[in-house]
Design a protein around this ligand. Structure first.
Ligand SMILES: [Zn+2]
Length: 246
């Protein structure tokens, strides 16, 4: 009986560590990120799940109009056939980060699979960009790491970047589409829940099924950039945010 209880306790504790430690690490990382971005008075625009055939390049043009640089957290499964878009983003001075090859939730797959997914996306990104052992930040899909993927990233000194503000684009798109079922109104009214003191914004540049929302996302990004200018926020990439002197 004692042995069973002991084994159960050990398994329970290990399981708790497996999820709780990286969850806690994520909470601390987010708090530190928020502190830093607001201390610097910065806006960091990040786009996940791309590259997208339709959206990424118009976003690049919009950023160029505002003389702004963003960070694109690339997903391996979206790369095939869109390598030129990622190269263009890098050539135009934007930062490329990693978002997993298969966009796996690290809480739902084996630790080995999660780590292999990070290795795979790094290799694929290096190959597309012609880099040898490039330096990238990592954004965990769904914001989740497990204990071993967290340890792997720390050991490899790959910065893990969360966000301070979810642009909420998917949810807002749904609301916008519902409100525009008749197709009469194409004028989006972006809601901009950003802190005037700074934010790391999470948005997405993958190809949606609903093409109508592309213009809406672009309008949201433009309005955010305008608001950043109005509030004198510095627009930084992720590595600039981490490395810039205070
Ligand atoms: Zn994602």
């Amino acid at each position: 009986m004692f042995v069973i209880v002991t084994i159960s306790a050990v398994i329970g504790f290990a399981g708790l560590c497996y999820f709780f430690v990286p969850w806690f690490y994520g909470r601390i990382s987010r708090a530190l990120l928020a502190h830093r971005v607001r201390k610097l008075g910065a806006l960091v625009l990040t786009f996940d799940d791309g590259p997208g055939s339709r959206l990424t390049r118009p976003i690049l043009d919009l950023l160029a109009e505002h003389n702004a640089k963003a960070t694109f957290f690339v997903t391996g499964r979206k790369l095939a056939g869109r390598e030129y878009i990622l190269r263009e983003a890098a050539d135009r001075g934007h930062e490329i980060g990693l978002h997993g090859y298969h966009h796996l939730n690290h809480w739902k797959v084996s630790p080995w699979r999660a780590i292999n997914d990070i290795v795979q996306i790094k290799k694929a990104t290096d190959a597309v960009l012609g880099r040898k052992d490039g330096v990238y930040a990592f954004r965990p899909p769904f914001g989740n790491l497990n204990l071993l993927s967290m340890i792997y990233l720390l050991a490899k000194r790959i910065p893990v970047i969360y966000w301070t503000r979810d642009f909420g684009d998917t949810r807002r798109f749904d609301a916008w589409l519902a409100a525009n079922k008749d197709g009469k109104s194409n004028e989006p009214e972006p809601i901009l829940p950003i802190e005037t003191s700074g934010d790391v914004i999470l948005a997405h540049d993958f190809d949606r099924t609903e093409t109508a929302v592309d213009g809406y996302l672009l309008a949201c990004v433009k309005a955010t950039l305008d608001l950043a200018k109005k509030n004198n926020l510095r627009i930084l990439t992720v590595s600039q945010l981490l490395n810039v002197k205070d």
